[in-house]
Design a protein around this ligand. Structure first.
Ligand SMILES: [Zn+2]
Length: 144
């Protein structure tokens, strides 16, 4: 997961370095775009959580009705695996939604472009690629 995400923002950061005017801070338009991006992602994520929750409820209901033996029935093992995958997907979607909520709060507080760790600025292109990030590229690579 981390590997898949690392490439796009490295590329984006290279682009933003060619725009020194960006160092002044985000323009009203950049603020608006960031807000729209977060809102859009939140709406999509809320739909995802809702549909995964429905699927999960269905799986739970089906498994109680079928009385499947996860441990010994080969079919049960598949069901257990699918259930675990679904549970993880739901957990991830909820966690993403929380991250988006935090990003929205940071935006409201005017902290969206400020690295939570070093206080430096986070390039707009990095935030465009990763709307929930709260760290600059240098700090993102460091351990907590
Ligand atoms: Zn930083």
């Amino acid at each position: 997961m981390a590997c898949r995400n690392s490439a796009p923002w490295r590329l984006a950061s290279a682009l933003v370095e060619k725009r020194p005017e960006n160092a002044e801070g985000p323009s009203p338009e950049e603020r608006r775009e960031a807000a729209e991006r977060i809102d859009e992602a939140r709406a999509g994520n809320e739909r995802l959580v809702a549909s995964l929750t429905r699927l999960w409820d269905g799986v739970v209901e089906a498994s109680t009705q079928a009385n499947i033996d996860d441990e010994h029935d080969p079919e049960g093992a598949t069901v257990a695996f699918e259930r675990a995958q679904l549970r993880d997907a739901l957990k991830q979607a909820r966690s993403d939604l929380e991250d988006l909520g935090r990003a929205a709060e940071r935006l409201r507080a005017g902290e969206y472009w400020v690295c939570e760790r070093c206080g430096g600025s986070i390039p707009g292109a990095r935030l465009a690629a990763r709307p929930t990030t709260a760290r600059c590229i240098d700090c993102a690579g460091k351990p907590l």
